[in-house]
Every structure is written in structure tokens, then in C-alpha cells.
Design a protein around this ligand. Sequence first.
Ligand code: ZN
Length: 151
Amino acid sequence: MDDIHLFLAHAVRLEAEAARRFEELADAMHTFGNAEVEAFFRQMATYSREHLAEAQTRSGFRPLPALAPDEYSWPDGTSPETAAWAGVDGLMSVADALQLALQSEQAGREFYAVIAAGSRNPRVKSMANEFAAEEAEHVSALERLIERCAA
Ligand code: ZN
């Protein structure tokens, strides 16, 4: 992916979806009475929205192209739809919620990493690398929380 605005349009879509999922997961944790995981998910939703705003700012406030569903070109397995999102209705436990969040963040990290590796545009490459590093931090934070919750 070499067009910076096309890349940013994908990033905005990915982060908006991530924020929506984290809000949904946080609400589910509220229902489960798990305040720690709820707070964590709310924080992750905030990060996603910050990331979204950053992507919009990086576009120089030039309106990003509004893409039809078939105009997105997600590398294999990285579409926000492909992270086996059963939705919170299918949630059986806090552990399930954490796994769902982990899969979603891993798909995000993968998306940015694949773009960074494949792009011929140095701006896209460096921005995607930066975003991949942030997603990698989210993945580690989730892994630490999963370990803590399992202990
Ligand atoms: Zn993230």
C-alpha cells in the first residue's frame, strides 16, 4: 500500500472498529462486575480513539477518502472483520473477553507490520512501523493482564 491517504483511511477504519469493540467489551465487564478489566478495556478504547485522531491529523486534515467496503484492501487476516469477533453476546467469561481483545489487537499489529514491510512509500512505511510498535505494546499489555487474571 503506497498511497498515504489510502493507508490512513484503513488505519482510521481499524482504530474506529477497535474502539467500538473495547467499549463493548468494557460494558460486558461492567455486567460481569470485573472493574479491573473494565477499566483496562476503557483505557484501550481511549488509545484507539487517540490513534484514530492521530491518523486523521497525519492526513493534514485533508478529508480521508470514504471507502466503500470493497475498496478496502486488507492484507490476509488483518481486516477488522476477520478477528473472529463473535461479539459480546457469545462471551462466556472474562477470559473469553481477553482472548477476543488479544486477537483483535494482534490483527491490528499484523496489519501495520505487513503494510510497513510491503510499502514502497517511505512515509507509509515509517508511519506503519510506528503504529505497529504501538499495537505491539497493546498486545503485551493484554498478555500481562491475561497472565495476571489467570494467576
Ligand atoms: Zn491497539
